[in-house]
Design a protein around this ligand. Structure first.
Ligand SMILES: Cc1ncc(COP(=O)(O)O)c(C=O)c1O
Length: 391
């Protein structure tokens, strides 16, 4: 099982290395060889368990490692949750059907165009299985959100990684070039996690139309609602035109329901049927979660509130990064910010965690990077203080 890189990018990277502008962290023969200690996703594994140290819940004072929205769930969702408790001895057969219909209606589609999942993680896993089992290859940018690709790889599918361009955006031309007869799926995360970069709507739509004529394209829209104009940046209208795309959305981000686990996919009825073969959605989504999702879907007041709060705290994050002495960050269109750090990734994570702050770290191009989630203003001030202290 090899990780491959495209010829075009190999040539470009080789030229950059020759010019001394990039220190190779990977060497390529027939594919990328991953050096010891580096995960194939470029992500640095933390020493401490910064996610769920239940035995010591106070270990992390400031949790900025999972892109959670600190303002959710909305009041409407909380009320629905409370009301659903009394009837939660029942399976949510009717409620999941209702949620599917509501989602379909929101986008002018039919319930047959919608698959529900336990968070969009389940949707990504379903797609990773459905296409990974076809034993070819899946293509994505590098670095990007790994769930679908990791899953496909577990089912013996190759993962072809196409480096982001010099602005840390998807290199759509190179991704298109990388499509081969054995390509089963192309995965695009827009805006991209972990870099927070955004493609222009025209570029992405044209890419989908051209590429999906050859192979299905999966667009992960987990963060589009943080944009000023989510609709303009969504490719969902292409589904109406029969373009072979699957779009994943989640209630975890703008709706602040990460702990309630509801996500969904939109696509042609044929693609949705294929995904649903690999899902366990009815047994995963709870009655309470479905009711909360129904109560907040399309709540534009709450969406605007979270979008504005996120923007305010993101601007503060840029300032505290600069004040801590870091000259650069990648301008973000999401609820997290990535910036290069001046020390080895694991020791950075450990230093932050020992001071009670959870963030994430990556290694790609020639450097180590921190990805910090956007929390409250207070969270970001605390993050800034610790960042200054360890820098
Ligand atoms: C790009 C992207 N897609 C999907 C997910 C999965 O989210 P969930 O399973 O909570 O819907 C995440 C979570 O961080 C994400 O960043």
């Amino acid at each position: 099982m090899a990780f491959k890189i495209t010829r075009r990018n190999w040539l470009r990277s080789s030229a950059m290395i020759a010019a001394g502008s990039v220190i190779p962290i990977q060497s390529w023969a027939n594919g990328i060889t991953i050096p010891k200690g580096t995960s194939p996703t470029g992500e640095i594994e933390p020493d401490l368990n910064s996610f769920n140290d239940f035995e010591n819940p106070n270990q992390l004072r400031i949790r900025l490692n999972a892109n959670e929205n600190p303002y959710g769930p909305s009041d409407n969702a909380k009320m629905a949750l409370r009301q659903a408790i009394d009837t939660s001895f029942r399976y949510p057969f009717t409620e999941t059907k209702e949620l599917k219909s509501m989602i379909a209606e929101k986008y002018g589609l039919t319930p047959e165009h919608v698959a529900l999942g336990g968070g969009s993680t389940e949707i990504l896993t379903m797609a990773g299985m459905a296409f990974g089992l076809q034993n070819g290859s899946v293509i994505s940018a590098f670095p990007t959100f790994r769930t679908l690709l990791d899953t496909a790889r577990r089912f013996d599918c190759e993962w072809i990684q196409v480096p982001l361009d010099e602005n840390y955006k998807h290199d759509l031309a190179a991704i298109k070039d990388a499509v081969q007869p054995n390509t089963r799926l192309v995965y695009i995360c827009n805006p991209n996690n972990p870099t927070g970069t955004l493609l222009t709507p025209d570029d992405l739509q044209n890419f989908c139309i051209e590429t999906a004529a050859r192979v299905p394209v999966f667009i992960d829209e987990a963060y589009t609602e943080f944009l000023d104009d989510p609709q303009k940046n969504s490719v969902i209208p292409l589904i109406h035109n029969g373009v072979d795309i699957i779009v994943a959305k989640t209630f975890s981000k703008i709706y602040g329901m990460a702990g309630l686990r509801v996500g969904y996919a939109l696509g042609s009825p044929e693609r949705i049927k294929l995904l649903e073969k690999y899902g366990v959605s009815l047994s995963i989504i709870t009655k309470t979660s479905v009711e909360a999702a129904k109560a907040c879907l399309g709540d534009s007041g709450f969406e605007n509130f979270c979008r504005n709060k996120n923007k305010e705290a993101r601007d503060l994050t840029y300032r505290v990064i600069k004040e801590a002495g870091y000259s650069m960050y990648i301008p973000s269109y999401t609820s997290f910010v990535m910036f290069p750090i001046n020390m080895e990734g694991k020791s950075f994570l450990t230093k932050m965690e020992k001071r009670g702050v959870g963030v994430r770290a990556w290694q790609f191009n020639d450097r180590y990077w921190c990805r910090v989630s956007i929390g409250t203003l207070e969270d970001m001030k605390g993050f800034g203080e610790i960042l200054k202290e360890i820098s």
